[in-house]
Design a protein around this ligand. Structure first.
Ligand code: SF4
Length: 559
């Protein structure tokens, strides 16, 4: 199948709710968001595929392209392996101008030969990048010839960067597994307790905090795609009885197609948060029992969850006196922030706000239940608002990904990395205890006192921080004095980032008679891109927007 038909196939993925909601025209356009000037572009499709597959630890990952492609993508995640180290060796054909003129296929074939002779891996994954794709190198044909010649699987991963963004690359990597790997090897033996874990990358080795629990329950991980994975395991993963998909949408196509082809049921779960971990273990047990495991498995799972929850909460309670009352601003890209919120509140933290960009309506309700109806649910917070929140000491610490770290550092406030680049393990019951410990350590680090001292040359009242705060205060005062301007600013807030649709435009559409998200989409194009704002539009509709009402009266929280 050509790469363009493969992409269309991925965009038609019925398991992806965002794609399912799109029109045929929007599906063709894919998930790429229009970039805001000055915004970071994010990774390309090749980068996404490399992220998804590189954690297969015994495989040689060969990048066909100029050396910079490999330089960009190597080591961009802190996955860990319990054995082989071949995945850490960087292989690339390092294409030059000469290869562009004469073609790079021979070079690729020779590279496969050299890798097999020197390292003898169970398989080679060959990644296509932009340059060889543009000059027409057929990596499929080269991989086929190399497989036949050397008697080893040489798998083409056709993901030139220009075909789309990182998340498309994740899915195309999954397609390569489905087309060439899964189902090609039979496991030595099978049990009714065999499972697959999909979309788990074993960052900082954190999956090893959950694996012992599965071992204790007698649940065997037939294959993990791809954290600490092995080629033969994924090749025989079609014999598993159930699948848990960890990273919500990254590889939904793999889970769904395995269900379709091999009858392996799957569910989306998370091992972040105490209750989420218990829920996921119970769901795994339920699916296994449905497919032939002994029903007593559920009793053992319930007992284990009860024991581990008690242990985790007891460990957190010990830390409570140190962190009680500290205010946390939680900005995660994660889907289930309510689960982390629950654990942090149990530890005595006060939550001043949490991001809910990827949360479902039920998740938001759960957060409100935990944090109260006035909870600050952040859809999209500007860096300057984060900065002000930290400077005004409305938060003692910010937990977020690396991209927002400089906001906290500029505000000289403690910050903790909780996204994929982190070096700490927050998965499972132990992970939540670790998280509380890490927050405590970060809060009590003496560096914050030192960096807050004004520089010897700084004039009182004239530091850049004070000037920035004064500017923000002035803007706010101007808005307070000019309600028309304030309304203009409120209406200008972007709701749909992909299509650049503002709150005002959506309100106008509702006033003009659009009573459903679909009708709003038709009138404004909002939610016609990645679809993430559909929940937000529904909320705007739910929050009392009455068709025909003047704009100003529509009751919308503009946060
Ligand atoms: S966009 Fe193309 S050239 Fe750039 S890193 Fe990705 S594959 Fe390589």
């Amino acid at each position: 199948m050509s790469v363009s038909s493969k992409i269309q196939d991925v965009f038609n993925e019925p398991g992806c709710s965002k794609n399912a909601n799109k029109s045929a025209k929007d599906k063709k356009k894919g998930c790429t968001k229009a970039l805001q000037p000055g915004g970071a572009a994010g990774g390309c499709a090749f980068d996404g595929a490399k992220i998804a597959l590189q954690p297969f630890a015994d495989v040689a990952h060969l990048v066909h392209g100029p050396i910079a492609c490999e330089g960009n993508s190597w080591d961009n995640r802190g996955s860990a392996s319990s054995g082989p180290t071949l995945w850490r060796t960087s292989f690339t054909t390092d294409m030059t101008e000469q290869d562009v003129v004469f073609g790079g296929e021979k070079k690729l074939f020779k590279a496969c030969k050299e890798i097999i002779e020197k390292y003898d891996p169970p398989a080679i994954f060959v990644y296509q990048t932009c340059v060889p794709a543009m000059i027409g190198d057929d990596i499929g044909a080269v991989c086929k010839a190399a497989s036949q010649k050397f008697g080893k699987p040489v798998i083409p991963v056709n993901v030139p960067g220009f075909v789309g963004p990182k998340n498309l690359g994740n899915k195309l990597a999954g397609e390569a597994l489905l087309d060439y790997v899964i189902g090609t090897v039979e496991p030595e033996y099978t049990t009714p307790y065999d499972i697959n874990i999909i979309g788990e990358f074993n960052l900082a080795g954190e999956f090893w905090q959950v694996k012992p629990l599965l071992d204790e329950l007698g649940i065997r991980i037939l294959s993990c795609i791809s954290g600490d994975g092995r080629y033969n395991e994924v090749a025989s993963s079609h014999r598993a009885r159930a699948t848990m998909m960890v990273c919500s949408k990254a590889m939904i196509n793999v889970a769904r197609k395995m269900e379709e082809r091999y009858g392996i049921p799957f569910f989306e779960g998370s091992f972040y948060g105490i209750e989420d971990t218990s829920d996921s273990l119970k769901e795994l047990a339920r699916l296994l029992i449905e497919r032939g495991a002994d029903p007593e498995l559920m009793d053992r799972v319930n007992a284990l969850c009860e024991r581990e929850e008690k242990r985790a909460y007891a460990a957190i309670a010990k830390l409570k006196p140190r962190v009680q009352g500290k205010k946390v601003l939680l900005i995660t890209g994660g889907v289930k922030s309510w689960s982390v919120v629950a654990a942090l509140m149990e530890a005595g933290f006060e939550m001043v706000g949490t991001s809910v960009k990827k949360s479902t309506r039920e998740d938001k309700e759960r957060i409100k239940e935990l944090m109260g109806q006035d909870a600050h649910l952040i859809e999209d917070m500007k860096p300057r608002d984060m900065y002000k929140m930290l400077r005004d000491a409305r938060a003692d610490i910010m937990l977020s990904g690396g991209r927002s770290q400089f906001v906290a550092l500029k505000a000289t406030m403690p910050w903790l990395d909780i996204n994929q680049e982190r070096h700490q393990c927050y998965m499972g019951y132990v992970g939540m205890v670790n998280l509380v410990k890490e927050i405590d350590r970060t809060l009590s680090n003496p560096v914050w006192k030192k960096v807050r001292k004004p520089a010897p040359w700084a004039k009182v009242g004239d530091s850049w921080q004070e000037r920035a705060l004064a500017q923000i205060a002035q803007e706010q005062a101007e808005l307070a004095a000019d309600p028309a301007k304030a309304e203009e600013v409120r209406r200008a807030k972007a709701v749909c980032m992909c299509k650049g649709v503002t709150l005002g435009a959506i309100e106008d559409a509702i006033r003009g008679g659009a009573a459903t998200t679909e009708a709003v989409k038709e009138k404004t194009a909002a939610s016609g891109g990645c679809g993430a704002c559909a929940v937000r539009i529904q909320e705007i509709l739910d929050q009392g927007a009455i068709v025909g009402q003047p704009t100003q009266q529509i009751n919308v929280a503009a946060e």
